[in-house]
Design a protein. Structure first.
Length: 163
């Protein structure tokens, strides 16, 4: 998910966390950056990819470890290990979502492009939004509301299981 600040990316993650509960987990963005060789322990990945449905990371910037992203998002068997433990493997059950203000640097091979989709977040949530709904929609500016997650997650939960 890509877009400027204050446009709802993190709020969407909060809603997903409420809907999916224990099947949702957030990992550090360093897990997707170069320099983490497969020989090193990757506890965030090892403990989540095989036990969750939704894995998120926020503020992904800079270069990506494209091979790692392809491993995580492909339907192939992968192996990761926790600290001081032997490796564990399988086909990941989790789908990876990440937020960024700017797209990270990558070579964008065909295999990578087939697995990654940039979803633009164009709306802005501001302190002083237009008063009418039609004006908010026309300007794509909406009021900040601290209760948006509380009011939205039940609808998101119902929608995800009805459709």
């Amino acid at each position: 998910m890509k877009g400027e600040t204050s446009n709802g990316k993190s709020k969407l993650f909060e809603i997903l966390a409420r809907v999916f509960g224990g099947y949702y987990h957030c990992i550090q963005s360093d897990n997707l950056k170069p320099g983490n060789s497969s020989a090193n322990a990757t506890p965030d990945l090892a403990s989540t990819l095989f036990n969750c449905r939704i894995v998120t990371t926020e503020e992904l910037e800079g270069k990506l470890n494209e091979n790692r992203v392809k491993q995580i998002t492909g339907n192939s068997c992968v192996t990761f290990r926790n600290m001081y433990e032997s490796s564990q493997g399988g086909i990941p059950t989790a789908k990876l979502f990440t937020t960024t203000n700017n797209l990270p640097d990558c070579r964008a091979t065909e295999a990578f492009q087939d697995r990654v989709v940039a979803i633009p977040f164009m709306s802005r949530f501001v302190n002083k939004a237009p008063c009418t709904t039609s004006e908010q929609v026309r300007l794509n500016r909406y009021g900040k509301d601290e209760y948006v997650v509380e009011r939205s997650y039940v609808g998101c939960f119902l929608y995800s299981f009805i459709t």
